[in-house]
Design a protein around this ligand. Structure first.
Ligand code: SF4
Length: 201
């Protein structure tokens, strides 16, 4: 009789969805195994050019991005004084109504009273456009403090921004200096590149 705990050859899910990992900037190709609509297992996609099947630990932990008990599931409304850390869940209609009222009041006085900052979400073209339509010049995003500077430095030195938009000339480089590198920005692609450098030594 087969021990269900050791049935290692059974597929972990009933469906595989192919997408890209969003746990760092590299966007490795992944195959997500789902069972009854729930994510059960993530593996690297061998056919994806960025990572060719490699998956780092952070990528494997992407399941937690969906199922973490700390994940916000609804808009949160502060119910105590600022700093008291007391919030309650509200529905989207109420949240949008509240946001519209507060934003309209600020905009009527002076649109620049709104300072609008967004995180890394790859929709900065849209959020920037929204801020411009609102009328504020006080808007920024994560990239301005982090990856965009790295990308600009990469473009001026390597001719590419060092991760999904370009990379060093692995075929012809004689020396590679990693100096204060944010390794999370090129985890799997840089490992593959370093492997290519080492194979030429
Ligand atoms: S390097 Fe790791 S965390 Fe980053 S995209 Fe690839 S698998 Fe995900």
């Amino acid at each position: 009789m087969t021990d269900p705990v050791l049935a290692l050859n059974e597929p972990p899910g009933d469906r595989i969805a192919r997408t890209t990992c969003y746990m760092c900037a590299c966007r490795c190709g992944i195959q997500v195994h789902l069972k009854d609509g729930k994510v059960r297992y993530i593996e690297g996609n061998p056919g994806h050019p960025v990572n060719r099947g490699v998956l780092c630990a952070k990528g494997a932990a992407g399941i937690k991005q969906h199922y973490s008990p700390a994940r916000l599931k609804k808009p949160m409304k502060r119910i105590g004084e600022r700093g008291e850390n007391r919030f309650e869940e509200i529905e989207w209609d109420e949240a949008l109504q509240l946001a519209t009222e507060k934003l309209a009041a600020a905009r009527a006085l002076d649109p620049n009273r709104l300072a609008f900052f967004t995180g890394r979400d790859q929709s900065q073209a849209l959020t920037g456009w929204w801020a411009q339509q609102f009328g504020t010049y006080n808007y920024a995003a994560h990239g301005g403090f982090c990856s965009v500077n790295m990308a600009a430095g990469g473009l001026y030195t390597l001719g590419g921004s060092f991760w999904e938009f370009g990379e060093p000339d692995w075929e012809h480089a004689d020396y590679l200096m990693l100096w204060g590198v944010a390794e999370d920005h090129d985890s799997n692609p840089i490992k593959l590149g370093l492997g290519r450098l080492k194979s030429r030594r």
